[in-house]
Ligand binder design. Structure first.
Ligand SMILES: [Cu+2]
Length: 475
């Protein structure tokens, strides 16, 4: 007996109720089932089985949201909700996101697709979704109060528009933004071209991730939402190194990487071993005549950038934000610079009072990566990660591009560490060291010796300590 007849029997209904029952079934069928994902692994690309074909992207430590086609419309269902995100092995954060993850799943569509997105709010406060960078009717722009009422907890709203231009886009709330973005609510949107496009290359690997940042005290789980600049976790798709998967590609393949920035500062994204071109910006693909080669590109706040290169150099190539504080995890930001300060005597005295006391920093901060320093539960080490030659001493926005001649196409498995050809690795000099000789040149044209100061001047600088809360700055 089918469910519908069962329903009639139980409800004791007949003839006249059929219309009402049919309506409710249609209403129920109108809402696609939300798909949830709680794993922080990089999921295989979602090859489209309905709608127009395209080459799907790979979301680093993320996934693509499945859809259903309904009368020619591509339907998605986003659920805004609290989530637990593993930001690195051993470190979980209590964030807000979509469909079980922060960031939310990547949405992939094709230029010209009609898209309908159901957004259900399971947060404790109202929200909305802004489709960052899209051409759409004003009322679909998702700015709560301005273009729509906000979505109250428990309610579902429907957004519908045509994906008018190809490119890399983002989505995020436009309601209590400071809180909701600090809590991790954001996602990527990729619009593929509907036909071969003269400015959009065919690539064999198409990666994407969002730059995001959190301020989570060591040992705690929830971001401090009032932080504006002094974040302590700089992440890619809410993961920090060594929790960010490597980008594994086949040698001589063309690679595209799409990056969106939803942090509060810019990030100069740097690739080792290759030059790339910026082939797409917020406005979509760039005309080829405007492109030049770079090894670093700055991604400003709220921007999207696409880079492309041929991965022709085999190896394990660092790929990271070039702000060195962004390749570290949570640390005490008030640690003074102690390089050159010998505190051996001091440490001995303090250790008589506090047996576990350790001094760090007088030879640089590399100690942090080496020493087995006890850290609070649920905390990512400040700089860590083991490579084949030792500690990588990195954290935050850092990953590795792995280029291999035998990486199978369509295979994103980590191939392990690079096997260097003999004689191609930097090595220790074990011969005699010649004594240093001082250069005899006093400088010539621009700055002759007679312009030099008479005596050497040694400058000692110490940065002022941050102001205590409640104290007033002097002007
Ligand atoms: Cu950065």
């Amino acid at each position: 007996m089918n469910a519908r007849r069962e329903f009639f029997k139980v409800a004791g209904l007949a003839g006249g109720a059929v219309a009402a029952a049919a309506v409710s079934r249609v209403a129920l069928a109108a809402l696609p089932e939300p798909v949830l994902q709680s794993s922080a692994n990089t999921m295989a690309p979602l090859v489209p089985d309905t709608g127009r074909p395209y080459n799907p992207v790979v979301t680093l430590n993320g996934w693509t949201l499945p859809w259903r086609m309904r009368q020619g419309v591509k339907e998605f269902h986003l659920v805004a909700e609290p989530v637990v995100r593993e930001m690195a092995p051993g470190f979980k954060a209590h964030l807000w996101g979509y469909n079980g993850q922060s960031p939310g799943p990547t949405i992939e569509v094709v230029e010209g697709d009609r898209v309908r997105i159901f957004v259900t709010n399971r947060l404790p406060e109202h929200t909305s979704v802004h489709w960052h960078g899209q051409r759409l009717p004003n009322g679909m722009d998702g700015v709560s109060g301005l273009t729509q009422p906000s979505i109250q907890p428990g309610k579902t709203f429907v957004y519908e528009f045509e994906a008018r231009r190809p490119g890399t886009f983002m989505y995020h709330p436009h309601a209590d933004e400071m809180t909701q973005m600090a809590m991790g609510m954001m996602g990527l949107w990729i619009t593929h071209p509907k036909a071969p496009h003269p400015w959009i290359a065919e690539v064999q690997h198409d990666f994407c991730f969002l730059l995001n940042a959190y301020d989570i005290d060591p040992g705690s789980y929830t971001p401090k939402i009032m932080t504006m600049l002094d974040f302590n976790l700089w992440s890619w798709n809410s993961r920090v190194f060594p929790g960010i998967d490597s980008l594994n590609v086949r040698q001589h393949d063309k690679v595209r990487i799409r990056v969106g920035n939803l942090t509060m500062t810019n990030h100069p994204i740097h690739l080792h071993g290759h030059e790339f071109q910026v082939t797409g910006t917020d406005g979509g693909p760039t005309p080829p005549g405007t492109r030049w080669s770079e090894v670093t590109t700055d991604v400003a706040v709220g921007q999207m950038r696409q880079i492309e290169f041929v991965a022709d150099e085999p190896g394990d190539w660092a790929f990271h934000c070039h702000k060195s504080h962004h390749t570290m995890n949570a640390m005490g930001h008030n640690v003074p610079t102690l390089i050159g300060v010998d505190h051996r005597g001091l440490a001995k005295q303090i250790s008589q009072l506090i047996p576990d006391y350790m001094v760090m920093g007088e030879r640089g901060m590399a100690d942090m990566g080496e020493m087995e320093m006890p850290i609070p539960d649920n905390t990512a080490p400040m700089m860590t990660g083991q490579g084949p030659f030792g500690g990588v001493e990195m954290g935050g926005m850092f990953s590795v591009l792995k280029v291999r001649k035998d990486q199978p196409h369509g295979n994103y498995q980590d191939p392990g560490w690079y096997q260097h050809p003999p004689g191609s690795v930097a090595y220790e000099w074990t011969g005699a060291l010649a004594p240093a000789t001082r250069s005899q040149s006093g400088g010539k044209a621009a700055m002759g010796a007679n312009h030099m100061p008479a005596a050497e001047i040694e400058v000692q600088v110490r940065k002022p300590l941050p102001k205590k809360a409640g104290s007033h700055g002097e002007h």
